[in-house]
Write a protein that binds this ligand. Sequence first.
Ligand SMILES: [Zn+2]
Length: 207
Amino acid sequence: MNAQREYLRRHQKLEMRKSYSIALVTLLALLTLTVAVAGVERIANKFLLFVRVAQLYKQDPPRKIMMPLQVSKKEIANTWRAPRGANRLHEGQDIFAHRGTPTYSATRGYIYNIGQNELGGQTVSVIGSGGRIYYYAHFDSYAPGIAEGDYVTPLTVLGYVGTSGNAQGTPPHLHFGVYTPTGAINPLPLLTDRAEPEKPKRKGVRG
Ligand SMILES: [Zn+2]
């Protein structure tokens, strides 16, 4: 009787161990599959971006682009190629605005890169027609949910004005650069003001 009970107990233990291993193997398999699918998707997305970029190169670059901020173009003090340090020239324009001001894409295109670097801090690069790259730097934070490969328009928020990178200690501003396939160009002549956002109409006031 005792021997039989002992046998049953052992058998149960063995069964439990077996189901544990099956669960573990299943979990591992699922994990591997998830990682593999995510990897394939990432590669597919990269490929898609590559194809889109190749198409963009064939198109003419825009002659006019939108101000990335709700700031008038007149307020930009031209600092194109102003000396920065001993052996560097300013390859863009600085647009000053309150910290946290939303920064929109100046053009249509695809997000080419979202990343941190020493000078620019938190930056976003968008590639547009003509293979031009629009570079937005010194963000305090990125717009939530943006990802590399995303299609953007001048209504897409990319990030929020700040002082990251070498802008630490300066008034918050957006560093905006435009790079053609052969080098940086001055963004200022290309920029056009954004339309003022519609002000809510006051009720009951005439004239
Ligand atoms: Zn700058």
